[in-house]
Design a protein around this ligand. Sequence first.
Ligand SMILES: Nc1ncnc2c1ncn2[C@@H]1O[C@H](COP(=O)(O)OP(=O)(O)OP(=O)(O)O)[C@@H](O)[C@H]1O
Ligand SMILES: [Mg+2]
Length: 350
Amino acid sequence: MGSRKILGESSAVNELLKLIGKVAGAKTNVLVIGESGTGKELVARMIHESGPLKEKPFIPVNCGAIPETLIESEMFGHRRGSFTGAVNEKTGLFEAAHGGTLFLDEVGELPLSMQVKLLRAIQERSFRKVGGTEDIRVDVRIIAATNRDLEAAVAKGTFREDLYYRLNVILIKTPPLRERQGDIRLLAEQFLKRCAPRFKHCPTHFTPEAIAALEAHEWPGNIRELENVVERAVTLATTETITLDQLPQGIQAAGARAGGAPVTPSRRSTDVPGQSAGAGATLVLPPADFSKGALPLDQILADVEKMYLLAALEHSGGVKKKAADLLGITFRSIRYRLSKLGMEKEEDEK
Ligand SMILES: Nc1ncnc2c1ncn2[C@@H]1O[C@H](COP(=O)(O)OP(=O)(O)OP(=O)(O)O)[C@@H](O)[C@H]1O
Ligand SMILES: [Mg+2]
């Protein structure tokens, strides 16, 4: 994702780019807030890459995806033998980011105990490894991101106020896609171009009805949702043009409400051969018959899990918090499950 550019011509994007240019030069901490899929990580990378630390490391940490028991050792490292499983000495992410930028993604998910340790490391510019006795000095710029309302979390007592002010030296808000409707066409067309090298057959443009529907949709999952919609449409398209019926039903309906063409039944993305466990797909479980050989239980369970995760994500427009609620699991758990199934990573690397 390092080479990705922030695309858009709306005033919201111009303001964003101006602000990035201003803060990149200083080594101050930055807090990036915005809804899911609005480009917070892209902004963080761009700040790093446009500043004096660009040759130094940029280390992203997904605070929401690391199991609570492992966070401290991931962040600060550990001495050999400091706990069961600490077979080797480990360098933490803080130390790996020395001289560069540590990107604390989903910082609102950090448990309170870890917030205290993080604050101390930022204030004192030093930390100790788990089981260590010596102080290790580090010089890192912290860029943090969250889609949570951190001020509300501070008021509730789930996020430390002192840490909040340490991180929030400069605040950058990434605008939701519905507030930059003028960028939708440009983004959709760029994403089409990006798809081309990965597909044997890639359409080159959208029909006017398809564009109108894309522009009318609310985009709760923001730019990530738009990327996914374009990619699905590419897999369904058979000609040079992406038509309205190759877009998901919800988007066709938005187009119709906005005065476009009536909704026509569309094939679902999951009709694509090979996507057996996709959202809305019916999963065919192999019969529990061992006479023909072994049945890999882990694979079967992973397929079941994947099907429900995808369905919940589709229903929630790509908003992970909502998808987690639909499945009765925590946000931390959905992040963990997605990354375990390789789904989070795929998304994040896009
Ligand atoms: N302005 C933009 N121009 C082009 N692509 C963008 C832009 N903003 C975001 N993207 C793309 O959208 C996807 C989501 O962006 P990113 O991962 O930075 O969002 P995020 O705010 O960190 O989302 P989440 O809260 O879900 O982690 C990425 O693939 C990114 O490259
Ligand atoms: Mg992110």
